[in-house]
Design a protein around this ligand. Structure first.
Ligand code: PNS
Length: 161
């Protein structure tokens, strides 16, 4: 890996969690530039809009000078190639993540052989956090303040059912 490697960290981020931020911090140490790429998917019902996700992510990673946040449409590998990225960064929490990640990584490699997927493990303390569970716990009145960045707690309050 060269000192100038650009890496893309893609996801739905609905909402961003402390697990995402942990992985971004780890990736920012490895790569010269890390672009957090939010999927703009009209079909998938999201709690937060892409603009809201961007705002929350920017706030959560503002201490990392080599990290930027963007949204993307269409094929991830095309976006990555447009940005000159050679790496797609993904986190794997448990074995259950592996099958989906393997399929995506192999398909992305078939589509764009010049781009490698790199998997990293989040800190153990984050291995059970998912955006889906954060939303469920929040709706059921649970405390999510140790699971997501403070700005996400704030923005969740504006999302009453
Ligand atoms: O946070 P998620 O939902 O696990 O992220 C999934 C994401 C955004 C990485 C994946 O859905 C994706 O890359 N979508 C873009 C469309 C695409 O390139 N599809 C082919 C993947 S093999």
């Amino acid at each position: 890996m060269s000192q100038r490697t650009v890496s893309i960290y893609p996801g739905s981020f609905d909402p961003p969690t402390n697990g995402h931020v942990d992985l971004i911090e780890r990736g920012a140490k490895l790569f010269a530039q890390l672009i957090v790429a939010i999927l703009r998917n009209e079909e998938k019902a999201s709690l937060f809009t892409v603009d809201e996700k961007s705002e929350m992510l920017r706030e959560a990673v503002k201490h990392l000078p080599n990290v930027s946040v963007e949204a993307f449409d269409g094929l991830l590998v095309r976006f990555a190639a447009d940005r000159g990225a050679r790496v797609i960064l993904r986190g794997i929490r448990a074995v259950s993540d592996y099958e989906y990640e393997l399929q995506m990584a192999l398909m992305n490699r078939k589509l764009q052989p010049g781009i490698e997927t790199v998997f990293m493990l989040p800190g153990e303390a984050y291995s059970y956090i998912s955006s889906r569970l954060v939303k469920e716990i929040y709706w059921l009145g649970g405390d999510v303040s140790s699971l997501v960045p403070p700005i996400v707690v704030e923005r969740l309050k504006g999302k009453r059912i």
